[in-house]
Design a protein around this ligand. Structure first.
Ligand SMILES: Cc1cc2nc3c(=O)[nH]c(=O)nc-3n(C[C@H](O)[C@H](O)[C@H](O)COP(=O)(O)O)c2cc1C
Length: 218
């Protein structure tokens, strides 16, 4: 039988019983801390822990959000790949500020980071593009991401045409496809706790380039 959605969403709740966190227990550098949590997400066998929600905003301040995959990580920031002409690409060309969020439900954790996105070098985008399966490489050529299609057939016909054109050849990276690195200035680690008294530790980057840790009210 179908559930009543409204009463279900009003009544369904669970308590968060995972570990606590404190300023003292968290690493000095947020990227070290992120790696530790990411490793725990892997050990907990969370599916696709590298998926995060990316929020952008146009020059006029109109927000937009979608899920993307983190495909690289360093102490500089988080990298993902996309179509530069997509809605997110257009937003980021007008306004590089963005916010992103990983949610790892099984661990009652979220990691939120905010900063600015910058295109990766063409060499870095080439290196990742060349590592992708051929189907995804041709897919990158066939989709004008975020533009309106007449129907699915339009996309499939384009794909078939491109398959023919690339037959027996290496597929080069399209100029309109590549990576971004998000360089965060704030990274927040959120751990769900009992009675909604959650733990939140925020790292903020100072002008001098040093990370400061603060506990935030839940
Ligand atoms: C689990 C998951 C992973 C995704 N990963 C990516 C990705 O890495 N890059 C990408 O461009 N789109 C990815 N997408 C699709 C985006 O969510 C989105 O539909 C697309 O990028 C167009 O977004 P835009 O119109 O806001 O630019 C993913 C979607 C899901 C659900």
């Amino acid at each position: 039988m179908k559930k009543d959605i409204r009463s279900f969403v009003q009544q369904d709740r669970r308590d968060f019983k995972n570990k606590d966190i404190s300023k003292e227990s968290m690493a000095e550098n947020p990227f070290d801390q992120f790696e530790e949590w990411f490793d725990e997400a892997l050990q907990a066998e969370i599916q696709e822990p590298y998926a995060f929600t990316l929020a952008t905003a146009s020059a006029k301040g109109v927000p937009n959000a979608r899920v993307v995959y983190m495909r690289d990580l360093s102490k500089e920031g988080f990298a993902f790949f996309t179509n530069y002409n997509s809605d997110k690409g257009t937003d980021l060309s007008e306004n590089p500020n963005c916010t992103a969020n990983f949610f790892w439900m099984e661990l009652d954790r979220q990691v939120k980071f905010s900063g600015t996105a910058e295109k990766l070098t063409p060499e870095a985008s080439d290196a990742y593009f060349n590592s992708r399966p051929r189907g995804s490489q041709i897919g990158a050529w066939s989709s004008d991401q975020s533009s309106v299609l007449k129907d699915r057939q339009e996309l499939l016909s384009k794909l078939e045409k491109l398959k023919g054109e690339f037959e027996g050849k290496e597929v080069p990276r399209p100029q309109h496809w590549g990576g971004y690195i998000i360089r965060p200035t704030r990274i927040e680690f959120w751990q769900g706790r009992e009675n909604r008294l959650h733990d939140r530790i925020l790292y903020s980057l100072s002008e001098a380039g040093e990370w400061q840790k603060d506990r935030l009210s839940p």
